[in-house]
Design a protein around this ligand. Structure first.
Ligand SMILES: [Zn+2]
Length: 208
């Protein structure tokens, strides 16, 4: 006998966990004939069909992404709950912050970004989170001659100071300038969201 499994379990495995997400996913599967109304179980071999239908038709978007203005290109999204697989951030707050920051930079026309400060872990992680930017990360604990700093700042579109992290005052002072945005939030996702909002404000004021 062919193996089968509860439809609700399959949907949860595919990231549709809330009642609303399960209902929307079920409706799509029924509409496309992958299952029928009232059926509790689904044959294991239909899993690829179910995945294809859901991937094409039932988008999940979490409240945090919606609030951050992300996922505006996602068609007819169903609100994702905790544990649901949001299509935009995939449940990762860091990814959400990175997407919001990249989008704000794109809108402002910023591509070359220097991040000053942050723990070694943060400085290691950031480039992978922000592949759309030409990113440079700078140790905030090592003071360098102002002339060198100025030359680097001249070549950048934006300088981001991570104020709540490992950043000496003497270092941050050398980076002060019209391209500099300072954040105070702790944690990657929080300072990226703060930076996204500040870049957005600045671009708005500049009439971009
Ligand atoms: Zn999300």
């Amino acid at each position: 006998m062919a193996r089968d499994l509860p439809i609700a379990k399959l949907l949860a495995e595919l990231g549709y966990r809330t009642d609303a997400a399960q209902a929307a996913a079920r409706a799509a599967l029924e509409h496309d004939g992958v299952t029928r109304p009232g059926k509790e179980r689904i044959a294991e071999w239909k899993r690829p069909d179910a995945e294809a239908v859901l991937a094409a038709r039932v988008a999940l978007l979490c409240p945090a992404c919606r609030e951050a203005g992300l996922g505006t290109d996602v068609p007819d999204p169903v609100e994702a709950g905790t544990g649901d697989r949001c299509w935009v951030c995939e449940g990762s707050a860091n990814r959400r912050g990175a997407l919001a920051f990249e989008r704000a930079c794109a809108r402002a026309g910023f591509r070359r970004v220097i991040v000053v400060g942050g723990s070694p872990d943060i400085r290691r992680e950031l480039p992978g989170l922000l592949p759309g930017l030409d990113l440079r990360v700078v140790d905030g604990t090592v003071a360098r001659p102002g002339r060198d700093v100025q030359r680097e700042a001249d070549g950048a579109d934006l300088v981001l100071l991570l104020g709540s992290t490992e950043l000496n005052h003497t270092v941050s002072a050398t980076w002060a300038g019209p391209k500099t945005v300072a954040t105070q939030s702790r944690g990657i996702s929080a300072f990226l969201l703060e930076a996204a909002a500040k870049v957005g404000d600045r671009a708005g004021r500049a009439g971009r």
